[in-house]
Design a protein around this ligand. Structure first.
Ligand SMILES: [Zn+2]
Length: 146
């Protein structure tokens, strides 16, 4: 595996040996922030779903980055990916994503830590936040970065 401190696709991490289009597509959908239902609408099973689950597991373990659709411009509508960008039907906007939406969440001692892309350490970086739960860490990160 080739893990870096930025958002990476299946191919970035695992290369193209044993590459499966459906599996890597499902994996990348999770990395880019799509839910399981958005990734495999109306159909469960198969390589696409397995790829989604592998990425979800690596994200939950704090191993890789993913895109987290945070609230945008004061709107709490549910944003979704559309044509390579993020859109929202509640405020009718697109291209609402921010570079700091790409995050990694991991446990650090008894706390959860959220870091943005390019994070190196607590001394040199300022794109991080802590919380006693994952949700608290995400809220603190949002308050700091938005
Ligand atoms: Zn909106």
């Amino acid at each position: 595996m080739n893990i870096k401190n930025k958002l990476q696709t299946y191919q970035d991490i695992f290369g193209t040996d044993n590459w499966n289009a459906h599996f890597s597509s499902g994996f990348n959908s999770r990395v880019f922030g799509s839910t399981l239902v958005q990734t495999v609408p109306g159909y469960y099973g198969g390589h696409r779903q397995e790829g989604w689950w592998l990425a979800d597991e690596m994200i939950r373990k704090g191993q890789i980055y993913c895109t987290e659709p945070f609230p945008h411009n004061g709107c709490h509508g549910l944003a979704f990916t559309y044509g390579g960008t993020w859109a929202c039907n509640q405020c009718n906007r697109d291209h609402i994503e921010k570079p700091w939406w790409n995050i990694k969440v991991f446990k650090d001692g008894g706390q959860f830590c959220v870091v943005g892309e390019g994070f190196t350490d607590l001394q040199e970086s300022d794109n991080f936040a802590f919380g006693s739960t994952k949700e608290e860490a995400l809220t603190a990160y949002f308050a700091k970065m938005a």
